[in-house]
Design a protein around this ligand. Structure first.
Ligand code: R5P
Length: 325
């Protein structure tokens, strides 16, 4: 009798309940199906998950985004990963297009948590071997997880859209705060060396989502301003930035963001702030009631699917960005 010791690897996709449309789109790109599962809530809010097929020996990819209520979806992710680990999956990758708690990546003052690190520890403890994510609030969050993190960027798709629809001749890339200037430089490169500006922003450390956009640093008069941010939550930062840009004589303002969190009153603020177009991606679900006329949503499914394929085949994720192996 002959025994084979090397079991064939088997790619399996799993979807949390937070953003099934994205998981379905990724599955279609990969030409696989999302593994059927039961998932339900008990009366007290506890979550139950069971997969309908054997996961033994699989290369498991759990796609879960974390919109509101974010804590529930984090818990569901951990429970799914635990079920996979106990079901003998060979490797478990958490595909988190929007990494939750990313804004709490450092202590601003004493007696504060570093919640982005805590999320990484929880994922590791549950059994996650690697993470695929998109546009972390800060790059160093990659180092919070003890394992490989494939940090993907939406900038390629967003900048390409801007180039196609607005050209690059009269563009100025604008960062909504000083912290995002480095990212702005990459945008400027992607848009043929466009000039840059940034908004000087201050925030109240005692009030969540409370910011003041003070003034624009840089020359924006008459320019088509591409205002970039990793996420729009309540829209306060971006709407404030559009206001000061307009006061400084900017022409059209185009907003480009990766994560459309869109907590209230973001829809109202974005649709009335005077921006010509808001471009976001589908890393988070944006339900019909949160959409507005000049909102464009680009899909990250092709990039996520390519990344999953490269990871599964031991290929090169870096090659997806710069063409190098
Ligand atoms: C802050 O540093 C982030 O990059 C975003 O600008 C901010 O979290 C967006 O929040 P809001 O839309 O509520 O101003």
């Amino acid at each position: 009798m002959t025994w084979t010791t090397e079991a064939q690897k088997n790619l399996m996709l799993f979807s949390g309940r937070a953003h099934p449309d994205l998981a379905t789109a990724v599955a279609a790109e990969l030409n696989v199906s999302v593994t059927p599962q039961q998932a339900r809530d008990f009366a007290n809010g506890e979550i139950f998950v069971r997969f309908e097929e054997s996961v033994r020996g699989s290369d498991a990819f759990v796609i879960q985004s974390c919109p509101f209520p974010v804590n529930e979806w984090i818990m569901e992710t951990l429970i799914m990963v635990d079920a996979l680990k106990r079901g003998s999956a060979k490797r478990i990758t958490a595909v988190l297009p929007f990494y939750p708690y990313a804004r709490q990546d450092k202590k601003h003052r004493g007696r504060e948590p570093i919640s982005a690190r805590l999320i990484a520890d929880l994922l590791k403890t549950a059994g996650v071997d690697r993470i695929i994510t998109v546009d972390l609030h800060t790059d160093q969050i990659q180092g919070f997880f003890d394992g490989p993190v494939d940090h993907m960027h939406a900038q390629g798709q967003l900048a390409e859209y801007v180039r196609e629809h607005y050209g690059t001749d009269n563009i100025c890339v604008v960062s909504p705060d000083a912290g995002r200037v480095k990212v702005g430089e990459k945008w400027a490169d992607a848009l043929d060396g466009a000039p840059m500006a940034f908004v000087h922003k201050t925030r109240d450390p005692d009030v969540a989502n409370q910011i003041v956009a003070n003034r624009v640093v840089g020359e924006v008069a008459g320019k088509t301003c591409v205002l970039i941010d990793d996420m729009i939550d309540t829209g306060g930062t971006i709407a404030g930035a559009v206001k000061v840009l307009k006061e400084a004589g900017a022409g059209d303002v185009i907003i480009a963001t990766t994560h459309g969190v869109f907590s209230d009153p973001a829809t109202e603020r974005l649709s009335s702030c005077g921006a010509r177009e808001v471009i976001a991606t589908d890393t988070l679900p944006i339900p019909a009631e949160k959409r507005f006329e000049n909102l464009t949503v680009l899909s990250m499914a092709p990039l996520l699917a390519q990344t999953i394929r490269e990871v599964f085949e031991n290929g090169s994720v870096t090659s997806l960005f710069d063409g190098n192996a």
